[in-house]
Design a binder for this molecule. Structure first.
Ligand code: NAP
Length: 342
């Protein structure tokens, strides 16, 4: 397929929270793309979202029909995680570019199927929706590390805190939904792979639902021997707070906090802390999806690959296993295909 049209024609599968947000973004904030089809298991909702942002868009009855539409040049998958693999594989079968929100698939085996299908196709078609490498703070941090400003990296101390989570959130989602962003961004930042994981549970907060253990501390080790500790605390009460301090041989570099007004009042100095994760990385989502649009038009994608999606999934599986076993669990990847630099 050639992408000669000036406006890339995109179909979106899944019109829930982030699906609607990506549709709005493509139609109102970004350039060079339009939404020509949307679908969802709830077709009424799909039509409503289409009418809000792209009233001319078709609403085919399912994801497969959407992918098959001749006018759909690229696909965005924002349905429930358990359905991602089937739609990504179908898009590859049609030779169409696909942006898939994280996770690429809910099992490492399904991620590997996608990796193998794309490798057999012989060209990158898939971008996974890990947006943190598009965040200006993480980019500045990586640039500084790459320049050698803090020497060789030895350790990372990180935290991922949410104000609170809903009743459906389970302890393992601290890994599969929450830590997964750190798993991706640290691989990207360090150019390194994980070899082992351990999970420790500190004293449990009384603010968490009965069924879940919160907080938890994940200890990762990389091939280079870098040690990473990530605190996952999803009922911290005070806000959505992402921290990352990288310690090297020559110094320490930290992720900048998002800009916030300093308020001096009543004999105190304060700055607001965000509570909504959508706000914290809103600029990164814009840059990420624009990069997908530009990448498709140029015939060369830049963002997280299927292989990155697979590696995050393998590491997450090991962390979930470590939650249950209490032991240090090895993280072992399949051989990396040539398409991904293996
Ligand atoms: P959501 O609000 O539940 O939306 C998912 C939508 O997909 C729902 O409308 C759901 O319908 C629909 N759906 C389920 N199965 C489908 C199928 N087989 N075909 C078509 N549509 C289907 O969830 P969300 O928060 O938008 O999350 C969607 C995905 O994006 C998840 O994989 C999530 O992990 C990811 N995400 C990523 C980020 C990020 O930071 N990168 C942030 C948020 C979400 P029903 O509600 O009727 O089931």
């Amino acid at each position: 397929m050639s992408y000669k049209t000036e406006t890339l024609k995109i179909g979106v599968i899944g019109t829930g929270a982030i699906g609607e947000d990506h549709i709005r973004r493509c139609m109102q904030s970004l350039s060079g793309a339009e939404i020509v089809a949307v679908t969802d298991v709830n077709l009424v909702r799909a039509r409503e979202v289409a009418d809000k942002y792209a009233s001319q868009a078709k609403v085919p009855e399912d994801g497969e029909s959407l992918i098959a539409l001749p006018e759909v040049e690229a696909v965005i998958v924002t349905s429930w995680g358990g359905t991602h693999a089937q739609y990504v594989l179908e898009a590859i079968r049609h030779g169409k570019y696909v942006f898939c929100e994280k996770p690429l698939a809910t099992t490492a085996a399904d991620c590997l199927k996608i990796v193998e299908a794309e490798a057999a196709h012989g060209k990158r078609l898939v971008q996974v929706g890990f947006m943190r490498p598009y965040d200006s703070g993480y980019r500045a941090l990586k640039a500084l590390i790459d320049k050698g400003e803090i020497g060789e990296v030895l350790m990372i101390h990180a935290a991922h805190r949410n104000q609170r989570v809903g009743a459906n959130y389970k302890t393992d989602m601290g890994i599969t939904d929450t830590l997964v962003h750190e798993l991706d961004v640290f691989r990207w930042m360090l150019g390194d792979d994980y070899v082992s994981a351990q999970v420790i549970f500190p004293r449990r907060t009384s603010k968490a639902m009965e069924h879940m253990r919160d907080p938890q501390i994940v200890l990762l080790e990389t091939k280079k021997g870098i040690r990473i500790d990530v605190e996952i605390f999803v009922n911290c009460q005070y806000g959505y707070d992402i921290k990352c301090a990288v310690v090297g041989e020559l110094g320490e570099a930290s992720l900048p906090a998002p800009p916030a007004v300093e308020l001096r009042k009543a004999a105190s100095l304060s700055t607001e802390i965000m509570t909504d994760w959508k706000e914290r990385f809103i600029a990164a989502y814009d840059v990420e999806v624009q990069d997908f649009i530009n990448g498709v038009k140029a015939g060369k994608l830049n963002g997280a690959t299927s292989w990155d999606g697979y590696c995050a999934s393998v590491a997450a599986d090991a962390c979930v296993k470590a939650q249950e076993s209490g032991r240090i669990e090895p993280i072992t990847m399949s051989p990396r295909p040539g398409l991904y630099g293996g």
